[in-house]
Design a protein around this ligand. Structure first.
Ligand code: GRF
Length: 201
């Protein structure tokens, strides 16, 4: 049963600027009806964990290297997720493959943000700066970000929202990455969560 308040868990691996956009969106009322009940990182050094702790959000690291096998790691992730029992799982720069059991359990209730207009510049191995390197190499004039539901494939699930961002002359992968974050990702992810939270009401 969904509660009227949307409880979300955010999964992260790195700096957590998208997590910050969600935290700020909730605080500023752009994301309504939502609370973050947990943050899970696969990386103990992720600054995202600090961002969560600063806001009093329960944050834990579950790292593959701390487990004897992939299966044990997957089990630990699933156990923690079951404890948190969210209405929605938000992958915000989470770089580890999600256990198939978790994908099945959260089908239609797990979203990811990707820094391109899917189906361009996505799929296996296309993450982080590589996305923007490939966009510049191909010479596209417009790129952007996509929020999509997670399925068994890599960036293949149903698309929820997209936002376009112009490529500028002289862009480097770094400058393009920054513009896509500022003009698309940090706006789009809060919008998607708000939309789902208002549907859930
Ligand atoms: C973002 O570009 C996101 O689209 C991608 O990973 C990056 C995470 O950045 N999936 P951050 O940790 O939110 O700063």
């Amino acid at each position: 049963m969904l509660s009227s308040m949307l409880n979300i868990v955010v999964m992260v691996s790195g700096s957590g600027t998208n997590l910050q956009a969600v935290i700020d969106g909730i605080r500023e009322g752009r994301i309504r009806n939502t609370r973050i009940t947990g943050v899970i990182s696969n990386n103990s050094n992720a600054y995202a964990l600090v961002r969560a702790e600063k806001c009093g959000i329960p944050a834990i690291c579950i790292a593959p290297k701390d487990y004897g096998s992939r299966e044990e790691f997957h089990r630990a992730l699933c156990v923690r997720m079951d404890e948190l029992n969210p209405d929605l799982v938000v992958l915000a720069g989470f770089l580890v493959k999600i256990p198939p059991a978790m994908i099945a359990q959260y089908r239609g209730r797990m979203i990811n943000i990707h820094p391109s207009l899917i189906p361009s510049f996505c799929g296996v191995g296309c993450y982080g700066l590589k996305v923007h390197e490939q966009a510049l190499e191909r010479g596209v004039k417009i790129t952007g970000a996509t929020v999509h539901y997670v399925d068994e494939g890599m960036d293949t699930g149903p698309i929820l929202l997209q936002k376009a961002v112009p490529v500028q002359d002289g862009d480097t992968p770094e400058s393009l990455q920054r513009r896509v974050m500022e003009e698309a990702e940090w706006i789009l992810l809060p919008q998607a969560i708000d939309m789902l939270a208002m549907r859930n009401k």
